[in-house]
Design a protein. Structure first.
Length: 186
């Protein structure tokens, strides 16, 4: 899973660095808690983006359900954060999320104190590309069709397209409002 704030660079240009750090830390806390509550693992924060892993110790089917639950909770928490920061923001924070499922290399990667558990591979790259597509489609959530196989995902149009860096088309689903996903039994 990748989640990224929209237009955060513009927000950061108009704020003192201290204020930017304050907003980001509040955002990361809310997103991290949503991921962990759903059963996921926050891999890293990259700028204003969040990378999370699901399925480290469970089946991929259960991990897909957890990732969708996390996405719903992340948007609910973003709503709460926007309410709490309403006096500090010119416009509410908005974000897009991309989720894909598949094999990945998972392990301790890095050097010295920078080593951490992470995942690399095509599945990770696709999830990142799906997050970027949320802007293109004007929606909050883009998932691979493979992720939702066998799951109910209401009001999620299916599209087939070629993702940057890939030659074969990929079927995806777009969700305009991820906070409206069912709370359970996704």
């Amino acid at each position: 899973m990748f989640a990224d704030l929209y237009d955060f660079t513009t927000l950061a240009e108009t704020r003192l660095p201290y204020d930017v750090v304050f907003i980001l830390n509040r955002y990361f806390q809310e997103m991290g808690q949503a991921v962990e509550t759903a059963g996921g693992h926050v891999d890293k924060f990259i700028g204003d983006a969040v990378m999370a892993l699901f399925g480290l110790e469970i089946t991929s089917e259960r991990a897909c359900t957890q990732a969708l639950s996390a996405a719903r909770m992340m948007f609910e928490r973003l709503d709460g954060l926007n309410t709490a920061l309403a006096d500090d923001l010119d416009a509410p924070l908005r974000m897009g999320i991309g989720i894909h499922v598949g094999p990945a290399v998972v392990g301790e990667i890095g050097y010295g104190r920078t080593r951490s558990l992470t995942a690399i591979g095509d599945t990770v790259n696709i999830a990142s590309r799906l997050q970027t597509l949320s802007k293109t489609f004007g929606c909050e959530l883009v998932v691979s069709d493979r992720l939702v196989a066998g799951l109910e995902l209401p009001n999620s149009p299916r599209h087939e397209l070629v993702i940057d860096g890939r030659s074969a088309p990929l079927a995806i689903r777009t969700v305009v409002r991820a906070r409206d996903l069912p709370a359970s039994g996704v």
